[in-house]
Design a binder for this molecule. Structure first.
Ligand SMILES: *Cc1c(COP(=O)(O)O)cnc(C)c1O
Length: 372
């Protein structure tokens, strides 16, 4: 068996992509909010059923600049989760704001909404939850808290592209929802990202911040970054968007195959999708309880590596355990997240993954657990 990675990017039809490239060779308009940037942004606005959207060079800059757009004073507290990718926490710290880590729900691994209120202080200005693995956060409870304490909500929706909750597009929760179109995500534009937002005025600010704070040919009135999406990436996004629903159906088949193989094994917790969620099947996390299942997560990981299957420990370590935050944050403050992070493994899932490979991966896991 050749090496199997946790994911593999979907590629569009080669000729379709190169047709667009031919136009770029003619116009030589390669970036700075060109024709394909506009087309891609318009298509995404429709697809995500949102009113306001701004494209970015990547998901991280969508998050970092969305936070900057609120102009919170330095030291403002943002309640967030440590069970996420580096980007979420770094975006807060890089804005001179203070992440306050809330523990996660042991069932769906997103912020434990019941633990947020205790962490709110006079300095709290926002909540930054993450729809981890595409599991939708407790959006209703979080909204109630935000309203009660006058807090902003910025969703890191990097895992949740194309999803719906109770029929509503995930782009429409909170004040801002940020997506990543990185090649490792369910939908990609090579690198890319977007912010969908409630307040139309935020759009002006985000556009401004992604383009150096330039307000006119001879005016720069903001301290912006350069976070524009180029035309090659926009073109890739346009082509890939056409295949998205097909890709999701293929992923759903893989998801079901894993469930058939692994459901019922004692000590394994699988990520079941609630009826009110239309999932994108982006990740297949498994939680291994070593006291019951017969092996640690690390042993399963190592045995899979030995047969060329590269599963990933998403998310280990927690962001509040990173070396760069040593002595500043303490992972023991979020014991549930710490425990899950020591036990979780995400298994390969992507549209072209053969079902026989899924069976082999599951057979290897059962061998490790002594259940063959
Ligand atoms: C991928 C990811 C990001 C960052 O997106 P990029 O496009 O890689 O910058 C942010 N948050 C989470 C949870 C992610 O998985």
């Amino acid at each position: 068996m050749s090496d199997i990675f946790v994911t593999q990017p979907s590629m569009p039809d080669f000729d379709e992509y190169t047709e667009i490239l031919k136009n770029l060779w003619q116009t030589k308009y390669l970036t700075n909010m060109g024709k394909y940037h506009k087309i891609f942004q318009d298509r995404l606005r429709d697809f995500l059923e949102t009113d306001n959207i701004e494209l970015f060079v990547n998901g991280h800059m969508a998050i970092e600049l969305s936070l900057q757009a609120f102009n919170f004073p330095p030291g403002t507290e943002i309640i967030t989760t440590p069970f996420t990718f580096a980007s979420t926490t770094h975006a807060i710290v890089r804005n001179n704001l203070k992440p306050v880590f809330c523990d996660i729900d042991p069932e769906n691994f997103t912020l434990d909404a019941g633990k947020i209120e205790n962490l709110i202080t006079k300095k709290t200005a926002a909540i930054m939850p993450v729809h981890v693995y595409g599991n939708i956060c407790a959006v209703e409870k979080i909204s109630v808290l935000a309203e009660k304490y006058n807090l902003k909500i910025i969703y890191d929706a990097a895992h949740a592209f194309g999803e719906k909750y109770k029929g509503k597009s995930v782009a429409n929760f909170g004040d801002v929802s940020c997506f990543s179109f990185h090649s490792t995500k369910v939908f990609h534009s090579i690198e890319g990202g977007a912010a969908c937002f409630r307040d139309k005025k935020s759009g002006r600010k985000l556009y401004h911040l992604k383009n150096f704070g330039i307000s006119g040919p001879e005016n720069v009135d903001g301290i912006g970054a350069n976070a524009k999406m180029n035309e090659f990436c926009a073109a890739m996004g346009i082509c890939n968007l056409k295949n998205f629903e097909r890709d999701i159906s293929a992923r759903e088949k893989i998801y079901r195959r894993y469930i058939e193989n692994l459901d019922g094994i004692a000590g394994l917790k699988l990520n079941f999708i609630p009826a009110e969620v239309k999932s994108n099947y982006g990740y297949f996390p498994v939680i291994f309880n070593p006291e019951i299942c017969g092996a640690t997560r690390d042993k399963v990981f190592a045995d899979l590596e030995n047969i060329g299957v590269h599963a990933r420990k998403y998310f280990y370590p927690l962001t509040n355990a990173f070396d760069c935050y040593k002595g500043i944050f303490n992972p023991k403050d979020t014991p549930t997240a710490l425990k899950i992070s020591d036990r979780v493994l995400t298994l390969p899932i992507y549209p072209n993954l053969p079902e026989e490979t899924v069976d082999k991966i599951c057979e290897e896991i059962r061998r490790t657990l002594g259940k063959l």
